[in-house]
Design a protein around this ligand. Structure first.
Ligand SMILES: [Zn+2]
Length: 449
């Protein structure tokens, strides 16, 4: 049982008390949030005792702590400090007097999931929050009489947790699956507009790839700091969106919502190399956004934008996307091959499949095969060989050629072949990149609750 007090007086922090019951007299391995800038949190002063209050020895380990063996109840407590008032990104955490936004992985010192298996199930966890008056907690966990009950270690650590008095909660169903959208802060767009985009992304992705792979999805949308915009899937069903104060819900952010929703499939139901999980996801997001917005030219615009960014990447024809991932090249999504070339690889593979099958099959058919493979394995992992085989099974030698040049190889991608591929996918007379118009901003105010 986790008792978490949200303390907003300076410096804001969480005070966490945990009661754990063990049956075996063995040490307890606890995993701890990584003390990194991106998590935005620090664990301070962890101490443990037995149920009579006698201190237990706590040893720091590489990934957390080891608590000396005892039987019966073990208690430990720690303080979680926040480096930022506002999370720097959707994968980070922030706490101030107005709100909390955190990713569970950055919050919980928890029994190490690696020391549990089928024979020794993960402890049943309850989480109870004590928040300042009027604050509501928003998380994807199930709730039983004001106590949250994550369904296992994955659910405990893979979630977004947010709290504030002014979250505006919208609940709906789309693509056959209930979702909750929690929004706070002032935006240049109405909550209902965001809700429509979220619903469209779930509907579109479910139609393309098969039903939403989780029973419920939570979207948390908060205002981040200026110049920083990001979204991410935490665990398998919590999407966090941190957008800078001046964001518009125009094509760029709409595309982001489709991208994050698609991560429920790629990154959630199926794990793969980053070129697929990020790049091909970006391609499918563009395809769905263009379909939903009724602007078929959006797909071409987004692909040409990707091509422009891809050409600026100096290593565009010297290393493969897999090598870039292995070498841990850092950068944002405009400067990495796995995103920019990955998206174009998705387009070229899709075009090859459609041409080879005269429109009978698409890359989505390949994706559905891969999702079926992922369902058979506990790791949900699908490797590049399996992706290539599925692409060739559906798209034949034409897909194999694209694979060898673009995925396994480093041949340059030309504007001409992108244009050809866009024609094959859209059936439109695409002629080449068009200039992008600047979007207008209109501030929409929300009354204080
Ligand atoms: Zn992503």
């Amino acid at each position: 049982m986790y008792d978490i007090a949200v303390v907003t007086s300076a410096p804001p922090h969480l005070s966490v008390e945990v009661r754990l019951t063990t049956t075996a007299a063995e040490s307890i391995a606890l995993s701890s949030p990584a003390p990194s800038l991106s998590a935005g949190t620090d664990v301070e002063g962890l101490i443990a005792s037995d149920d009579r209050g006698r201190p237990l020895r706590v040893q720091p380990t590489a990934g957390g702590f080891l608590v000396a063996p005892t039987t019966g109840a073990v208690r430990f407590r720690y303080r979680l400090d926040f480096q930022n008032g506002v999370a720097l990104s959707s994968t980070g955490s922030g706490l101030n007097a107005e709100h909390l936004y955190a990713v569970a992985r950055g919050m919980f010192v928890a029994p190490d999931p690696a020391s549990y298996d089928d024979a020794r199930p993960y402890p049943l966890i309850w989480v109870h929050f004590v928040t300042p008056p009027g604050w509501h907690v928003v998380t994807g966990w199930g709730v039983d009489r004001q106590v949250y009950v994550p369904s296992g270690s994955g659910a405990l650590l893979g979630a977004t947790v947010a709290a504030a008095p002014d979250y505006r909660i919208l609940a709906d169903t789309a693509g056959g699956t209930p979702f909750v959208l929690a929004v706070r802060g002032q935006r240049h767009f109405a909550d209902s507009t965001l809700e429509r985009v979220v619903a469209a992304s779930l509907r579109g992705a479910a139609a393309l790839l098969g039903g939403v792979p989780v029973p419920q999805v939570t979207y948390t949308a908060d205002v981040g700091s200026k110049g920083r915009t990001s979204g991410s899937l935490q665990g398998r069903s919590s999407v966090g969106l941190m957008w800078e104060p001046g964001e518009l819900l125009e094509r760029a952010r709409t595309h982001d919502v489709f991208h994050e929703t698609l991560h429920l499939w790629f990154g959630g139901a199926m794990e793969a190399d980053r070129w697929w999980t990020e790049g091909v996801t970006d391609y499918f997001a563009a395809l769905l956004e263009a379909q939903w917005s009724g602007r078929p030219a959006d797909l071409a615009d987004l692909c040409y934008q990707s091509l422009r960014n891809y050409r600026r990447i100096v290593r565009d024809t010297s290393i493969t996307m897999a090598e870039e991932q292995r070498e841990n090249v850092l950068g944002d999504n405009t400067t990495l091959l796995v995103y920019r070339k990955g998206m174009l690889a998705g387009l070229l593979l899709d075009a090859a499949v459609r041409r080879a099958t005269e429109g009978e099959a698409t890359l989505a058919d390949v994706a559905r095969r891969l999702l079926a493979i992922a369902r058979l394995s506990p790791s949900r992992l699908v490797d590049d060989d399996e992706i290539r085989d599925a692409a060739v099974e559906v798209g034949g030698e034409a897909a194999g050629r694209v694979w060898r040049r673009v995925v396994a190889g480093t041949s340059p991608i030309t504007e001409g072949e992108v244009t050809e591929a866009l024609r094959a996918v859209t059936g439109l007379p695409v002629t080449g990149p068009a200039p992008v118009a600047k979007e207008q901003k209109v501030l929409i105010g929300h009354p204080k609750p």
